[in-house]
Design a protein around this ligand. Structure first.
Ligand code: 76R
Length: 249
């Protein structure tokens, strides 16, 4: 039997995607719209204070294409806080004009494939802690997609030996490192939490870097033979100061 890898798990993660019901938004009075925007901005300020205190993080993007209009990503120390945050948002006036488009529940994950230093628990290292509880970059573009590792005929990731999987992931990480500074990736694990096995969130200043990394990685053995992918979402950063203009009708 192949052996499972140990994982290090950090903040819990919710990707929450909504579509705007522009018809009802336009039918609302301008006072109602203004109040809804103001309340949403206040919630954004509250999330910013949580991020400032390093008790979580969030990112808000507008989605290109018809799959959704807004993509929000939240990180919180517990699943309970994630749920409270979601419920608080759902109770806002603004949420009355939104329709659910997609959601994904996971937890920031690092795996222990790399050989470990004798007597050093990697989880205790400050650099590991920083990666498990990341402050999300607010780069211009973001892309999210869920994925699985294949379990089919010859290509079954879950019957491969630990060392073989580790070797392939090492090769994969070499491709990844070529994009250092241009693409920031957050891998979240979702076994037992959602319909796929991992969520992949990528941030980039130049949107083409998202296309390039995903394409180049298709040729890594680990993706070519074992990667199965769900829906892709791509969007542009929506800073708090642009919310009112974005929602202006
Ligand atoms: O965590 C680390 O940096 C160590 C090396 C590493 C691991 C173990 C690493 C590096 N990844 C790891 C694991 Mn990754 N990653 C993806 C995708 O679209 C695709 O084909 C795949 C989607 C991208 C774009 C990406 C980017 N990685 C994983 C796992 C879990 C596997 C398991 O546990 O079985 C998945 C699902 C996955 C998928 N990866 C990197 C990157 C980048 C950019 C890096 C380099 C990070 C850096 O060192 O700066």
């Amino acid at each position: 039997m192949a052996e499972a890898v140990e994982t290090m798990d950090g903040w819990y993660c919710l990707h929450d995607l909504r579509s705007i019901d522009w018809t009802s938004w336009k039918m609302a009075s301008s006072d109602e719209r203004e109040a809804a925007i103001h309340e949403f901005e206040q919630l954004l300020s509250k999330w910013e204070a949580i991020e400032e205190a390093k008790d979580g993080s969030h990112a808000v993007y507008t989605v290109v294409g018809q799959k959704a209009d807004i993509m929000m990503m939240f990180l919180r120390p517990t699943m309970v806080e994630l749920n409270e945050l979601e419920t608080e948002f759902n109770k806002t006036k603004f949420a009355e004009y939104l329709k659910p488009a997609y959601s994904y529940v996971s937890v920031v994950e690092l795996s222990k494939y790399a050989p470990q230093k004798e007597g050093v628990d990697p989880e205790s290292l400050p650099e590991t802690q920083a990666r498990l509880k990341p402050i999300l970059p607010k780069w211009e573009h973001m892309c999210f997609y869920p994925m699985d590792k294949r379990r089919q005929g010859e290509n079954n990731w879950y019957t491969l030996e630990f060392s073989e999987r580790g070797k392939m992931l090492y090769e994969h990480s070499k491709t990844g490192r070529k994009y250092a500074g241009r693409v920031k990736q957050i891998i979240t694990g979702s076994f037992g939490f959602d319909d796929w096995e991992w969520g992949v969130t990528l941030f980039a200043h130049d949107v083409l870097q998202l296309k390039r990394i995903v394409y180049e990685m298709r040729f890594d053995e680990v993706s070519a033979k074992y990667g199965e992918f769900g829906e892709f979402f791509v969007g542009n950063h929506l800073p708090k100061e642009n919310v009112a203009a974005y929602l202006h009708v």
